[in-house]
Design a protein around this ligand. Structure first.
Ligand SMILES: Nc1ncnc2c1ncn2[C@@H]1O[C@H](COP(=O)(O)OP(=O)(O)OP(=O)(O)O)[C@@H](O)[C@H]1O
Ligand SMILES: [Mg+2]
Length: 362
C-alpha cells in the first residue's frame, strides 16, 4: 500500500499482461486477478484437475468467482477449444428445466412444436457448468445422477438413449450438506458431485486480493468512461480493504464502477458509497457505513498520522491525495475542526506515523 504512484495505464497493462499476474498466464488471459495464497491454491487446484474428466464442484458465496474458475478449468482442459456451456438451474421455470437440460422431441408436450437438443447434447465434447445446482428440483436429480454415472439420457418424448461426452462441473453458493439433511437434495447425487470440490473463499478472507482488484477495476472503468483518475488515496484503499464485501468480487467491481463515475473530473478515486449490510467482525464504531461517516473517519485517521498537520509533503492532504483546499472544505463540511486537529496532534507520537499515500499501482 506504500508503493510509489504510477499511472492507471501502466497499471492496467501490468495486470493484463500474462507475465505479471502471479496466478499464471491462463488466469491472466481470462482476467482472473489476485495475489492471496488462498486464490493461488484455488488456481493450483484448477490446474491439477483441468486435464482430467473429474466432476468439479465449485463452492463459495455469491460473487467469489466460481464461474470464472470453471472457465479456467475448461480453458486449461483438452476440451478448451470446444464449447463451454453454462446453465443456471434457477434461470428457467421448473417445468421447462428437464427439456432445457435433456432436450425434447417434437410433440413431447404441448408447445413442443420442433425438436430441441438440450444442454447435455450441446456440451458434447466440451464442458457443461450446472450453476446453482442446489436448486435442481428433486424430480430431476435422479436423471442427473444417471448422466453422471452412465453418461446417458433420453430426450423428453423419446426412448432413444443418447450418450454424452460432456465434462460436468457444478457450482453452488448454498451448502449442499444442509440441503441433503433437509431432504431436498439426494445424498447419492451429492457424493457424485463432490468428487473434486473447490472452495472459493469470500473476499473478506483474502483481503490481499482487494488492492489489485481495485486497481484493475479502477483502470478498466476509467478507460471505459474516458475519465482521468490517476491514483487512489490510501484512505480510500484502506476503507475498501476493510469493507466486508458480502457480495464479494462482483460487489467490489460495481462499487469501483460507481466510484469512478462519482469521481469524474477528479484525478483521484473517491470512496464510493459502501453497502452497510456486511458480514464479518466489524464493530459499529470502528466501521461506519455511510459515505460521510467513512470519509470522516479516514480524514481523522490521516490527520492523526500527520500529527494534526494538514499541508506540506507529510501533511494529511498529501497523505489523502487531496489538495489542501479540498481537504479543508471536506473537513468543514464534516465538522472536523480545531479541536480535532489538536487531538490528532496529541494522539500519535511522530515516530509512529507511517507513510500512508496509497498509490494506484506498483
Ligand atoms: N479473481 C477475480 N479476478 C477478476 N474478476 C473476478 C475474480 N473473481 C470474480 N471476478 C468477477 O466477479 C464477478 C462475479 O464472478 P462469478 O460470476 O465468477 O462469481 P460466482 O461465484 O459464479 O457468483 P454467483 O454465485 O453469484 O453466480 C464477475 O464479474 C467476475 O468476472
Ligand atoms: Mg455464478
Amino acid at each position: 500500500m506504500n508503493e510509489p504512484s504510477t499511472t492507471l495505464g501502466t497499471l492496467d497493462a501490468d495486470w493484463t499482461t500474462t507475465t505479471r499476474n502471479p496466478l499464471g498466464s491462463a488466469a491472466a488471459a481470462l482476467g482472473i486477478l489476485g495475489e492471496s495464497v488462498a486464490l493461488r491454491e484455488v488456481v493450483s487446484l484448477a490446474q491439477s484437475v483441468a486435464s482430467t474428466n473429474a466432476v468439479v464442484l465449485l463452492r463459495g458465496e455469491t460473487g467469489t468467482g466460481k464461474e470464472r474458475i470453471a472457465g479456467l478449468i475448461h480453458a486449461l482442459s483438452t476440451r478448451g477449444d470446444r464449447r463451454f456451456v453454462k446453465f443456471n438451474c434457477t434461470a428457467v421455470p421448473a417445468g421447462l428445466l428437464e427439456s432445457e437440460l435433456f432436450g425434447h422431441e417434437r410433440g413431447a408436450f404441448t408447445g413442443a412444436v420442433v425438436q430441441r437438443i438440450g444442454r447435455f447434447e450441446l456440451a458434447h465434447g466440451g464442458t457443461l457448468l450446472l450453476d446453482e445446482i442446489g436448486d435442481l428440483p428433486p424430480e430431476l436429480q435422479p436423471k442427473l445422477l444417471r448422466v453422471l454415472e452412465e453418461q446417458e439420457f433420453e430426450r423428453l418424448g423419446s426412448t432413444r438413449t443418447i450418450r454424452t461426452d460432456a465434462r460436468i462441473m457444478a457450482a453452488t453458493n448454498r451448502p449442499l450438506e444442509d440441503l441433503v439433511d433437509a431432504g431436498v437434495f439426494r445424498a447419492d447425487l451429492y457424493y457424485r458431485l463432490n468428487v473434486f470440490p473447490i472452495e472459493l473463499p469470500p473476499l473478506r478472507d483474502r483481503r490481499e486480493d482487494i488492492p489489485p482488484l481495485v486497481r484493475h477495476f479502477a483502470a478498466e472503468h476509467t478507460r471505459k468512461l474516458g475519465t482521468r483518475i490517476e491514483s487512489i488515496p490510501a484512505a480510500v484503499m484502506d476503507a475498501l480493504v476493510r469493507h466486508p464485501w458480502p457480495g464479494n468480487v462482483r460487489e467490489l467491481e460495481n462499487a469501483i464502477h460507481r466510484a469512478v463515475i462519482l469521481s469524474r473530473g477528479s484525478a483521484t478515486l473517491e470512496l464510493p458509497p459502501l453497502d452497510g449490510r456486511g458480514k464479518g467482525d466489524r464493530s459499529p464504531a470502528a466501521q461506519p457505513t455511510t459515505l460521510e461517516a467513512v470519509t470522516r473517519v479516514h480524514i481523522l485517521a490521516a490527520l492523526r498520522e500527520a500529527t494534526g498537520v494538514v499541508a506540506g509533503p507529510q501533511g494529511a492532504a498529501a497523505r489523502l491525495g487531496l489538495k489542501r483546499s479540498t481537504l479543508h472544505s471536506k473537513m468543514q463540511r464534516l465538522g472536523i475542526g480545531p479541536a480535532d486537529l489538536a487531538a490528532a496532534g496529541r494522539s500519535l507520537p511522530r515516530a509512529c506515523a507511517g507513510p500512508s499515500a496509497s498509490p494506484l499501482a506498483h
